[in-house]
Write a protein that binds this ligand. Structure first.
Ligand SMILES: NC(=O)c1ccc[n+]([C@@H]2O[C@H](COP(=O)([O-])OP(=O)(O)OC[C@H]3O[C@@H](n4cnc5c(N)ncnc54)[C@H](OP(=O)(O)O)[C@@H]3O)[C@@H](O)[C@H]2O)c1
Length: 323
């Protein structure tokens, strides 16, 4: 294992690197940027790469991984690659086909982690976001326990080393955990998590069930125009976070990432900029004090950047519950 990296053991015995590289990018940014950034990330020491069918950059991520394997920087087994089952494939008969599409694009035989991306099912088809004639999203009705059973089969088939979920609330996690005949528990729940929304209750629940919480948006998200209110506060400009960063002689981004590691959260960091990517790996080089952690805990305001409001009518919309 890379000494720079620390790993967390998952409930199925596999290990996940505690820092991951995020690969979501806005449509207007050319896909070639993802190839370059992912290569830089691997060279800098990132070993965990988070992607998804819906990000539409799996080919680029796969190219970058292959190029870093070919030049001897890493071996396949050094890389921890995540992909996610998109909502238009939640019907049990479609699950494996989505994973196979991702594997083909990534040019991989298996992913290290496969997640149900979002608990709301959408109408099957080629459109990622199927809309009706009024521009309203067309949802579907799927029993997530049946979806999970096929996720288990994908693990048994060796297509995914580990399986988990994303954007599930406590009730939805409990539904899977209490499913009769459950073969594998989800290893993780990947959710929005940062100093403005620290997910304390969900984190405590996940810890009690040996489920790792993986944080996305830890730097305040990319503020994607399509789903983040542009008037929402800029996390990395927060005065308390910035003052602490100055005191500890680190950037606000590094403080925000380190906060998550010290509370037992696996954290993702996205960037397409070389200097930022190289900086983010330095999260292992320092520690925050207990007092610092308390100050950061004090910033919580349960503020969600990515609320996915357009799915809020669906009974499985996850963010209507307290957590
Ligand atoms: N499961 C899900 O539903 C879900 C949802 C969203 C995201 N994700 C995953 O989580 C990943 C991370 O979330 P995210 O993409 O929203 O963004 P993020 O990690 O919160 O990063 C937000 C922005 O922070 C800036 N940044 C990064 N490093 C920095 C540094 N060292 N100093 C200053 N600024 C820095 C970058 O903007 P600039 O380049 O402009 O500086 C970056 O775009 C995604 O890429 C994706 O893999 C999953």
């Amino acid at each position: 294992m890379n000494s720079k990296h620390q790993y967390v053991e998952l409930n199925d015995g596999h290990f996940i690197p505690r820092l991951g590289f995020g690969t979501y990018k806005p449509q207007e940014v050319p896909n070639s940027k993802t190839i370059e950034a992912t290569k830089i990330a691997i060279e800098a020491g990132f070993r965990h790469i988070d992607c998804a069918y819906a990000y539409e950059v799996e080919e680029e991520v796969g190219l970058a991984i292959r190029s870093k394997i070919e030049d001897g920087t890493v071996k396949r087994e050094d890389i921890f690659c995540t992909s996610k089952l998109w909502s238009t494939f939640l019907r049990p008969e479609l699950v494996q086909s989505c994973l196979e599409r991702s594997l083909k694009k990534l040019h991989l035989d298996y992913v290290d982690l496969y997640l149900i991306h979002f608990p709301v099912a959408l109408k099957p088809g080629e459109e990622l976001y199927p809309l009706d004639e009024n521009g309203k999203i067309i949802c579907d009705s799927v029993d997530l326990c049946a979806t999970w059973e096929v996720m288990e089969k994908c693990k048994d088939a060796g297509l995914a080393k580990s399986i988990g979920v994303s954007n599930f609330n406590r009730r939805q996690l409990e539904m899977i955990l209490n499913k009769p005949g459950l073969k594998y528990k989800p290893v993780c729940n990947q959710v929005e998590c940062h100093v403005y929304h620290n997910q304390r209750k969900l984190l405590d629940f996940c810890k009690s069930k040996d489920i790792v919480l993986v944080a996305y948006g830890a730097l305040g998200t990319q503020r994607y125009k399509e789903c983040v209110d542009q008037n929402s506060p800029v996390l990395l400009d927060d005065p308390v976070l910035c003052a602490l960063a100055k005191k500890r002689k680190r950037s606000p981004a590094l403080i925000a990432l380190r906060y998550q590691l010290q509370r037992g959260v696996v954290v993702l960091a996205q960037s397409l900029k070389e200097n930022e990517i190289k900086e983010n790996i330095q999260v292992f080089d320092f520690e925050l004090t207990e007092e610092d952690m308390k100050v950061l805990d004090g910033l919580n305001r349960n503020f969600c950047y990515v609320a996915m409001q357009f799915m809020s009518d669906h009974p499985n919309y996850p963010f209507a519950d307290e957590y």
